[in-house]
Design a protein around this ligand. Structure first.
Ligand SMILES: C[S@@+](CC[C@H](N)C(=O)[O-])C[C@H]1O[C@@H](n2cnc3c(N)ncnc32)[C@H](O)[C@@H]1O
Length: 240
């Protein structure tokens, strides 16, 4: 069966993720899902607030968040939790449809009493459509699913449609970080970014894309790539 989209815009709706659930939830996981997720889930059934810092209004936060970051496909949440704990004045929205990954982040939110994380346990593209223009200061898409088979490559998350959606929500001067260990995906990312006039690649030397910055912790997926002998690309773009 040929499921190629007729219109490039349709590719926005092609499923870009694999499985959503693993084994059935333990009692503790079910508790996190039922009790912690509702305290930090985004409610997309209502219009986004005009000033999305309001999403992080919380009596126990000393001051309102200074800016909002967005991580798409956080997997096990290692990078998301690291950023949230190292940047407590920033509100971080994480999107991930894989339930076990979401539960890992919920456990960290509970254990570390993180107040600055909001979660969308589903497709990030819903959040991109929902957020007001210019509301995000940093966005991260780290090691998106490689979909290595040629017939599946249209499912790759990062394409011109996604970059246009990200360019809309990023504020001028904001940054987008993309990571991948797949050389031809890196090329696709760079070509898609070249087609997006609101994004400028910041690399000036090879080390700018070959060396992971200190404030970009290694993710679980990248660690696996290292174990398997693959090196990675760290692409940083600025919203013009
Ligand atoms: C290869 S994993 C990498 C996870 C993590 N970023 C890391 O580096 O370890 C890619 C993740 O992206 C998630 N993903 C794929 N499509 C997505 C989408 N449309 N919205 C949000 N997350 C998505 C998948 O569920 C998966 O957990």
């Amino acid at each position: 069966m040929n499921d190629a989209p007729d219109d490039p815009a349709d590719s926005l709706e092609l499923r870009s993720f694999g499985r959503r659930t693993g084994r059935s939830m333990s009692a503790r996981q079910a508790m996190l899902w039922d009790s912690v997720l509702p305290t930090c889930a985004l409610d997309l059934s209502h219009q986004a607030p005009a000033y999305p810092a309001a999403l992080f209004k919380n009596p126990s936060l000393a001051s309102p968040v200074s800016e909002i970051w967005l991580e798409i496909g956080f997997g096990g949440g290692e990078h998301l939790v690291w950023q949230a704990t190292h940047n407590t004045g920033v509100g971080i929205i994480g999107c991930e449809p894989f339930r076990d990954g979401v539960i890992k982040v919920l456990a960290a939110i509970e254990a570390q009493k993180l107040q600055n994380v909001r979660v969308h346990a589903d497709d990030a593209r819903d959040v991109l459509r929902w957020l007001p223009a210019g509301s995000i200061a940093r966005a991260f898409v780290l090691f998106p699913d490689p979909w290595p088979k040629r017939k599946h490559q249209k499912r790759r998350l990062v394409n011109t449609t996604l970059l246009a959606a990200l360019a809309r929500v990023l504020r001028p001067g904001g940054h987008l970080r993309l990571g991948t260990d797949i050389a031809d995906y890196a090329r696709t990312m760079l070509m898609a970014a070249q087609n997006e006039p609101r994004l400028r690649w910041l690399a000036e030397t090879a080390d700018d894309w070959r060396v992971r910055p200190d404030d970009w912790p290694q993710t679980r997926y990248e660690a696996k790539a290292v174990r398997e002998g693959r090196s990675s690309c760290y692409l940083i773009f600025q919203r013009i």
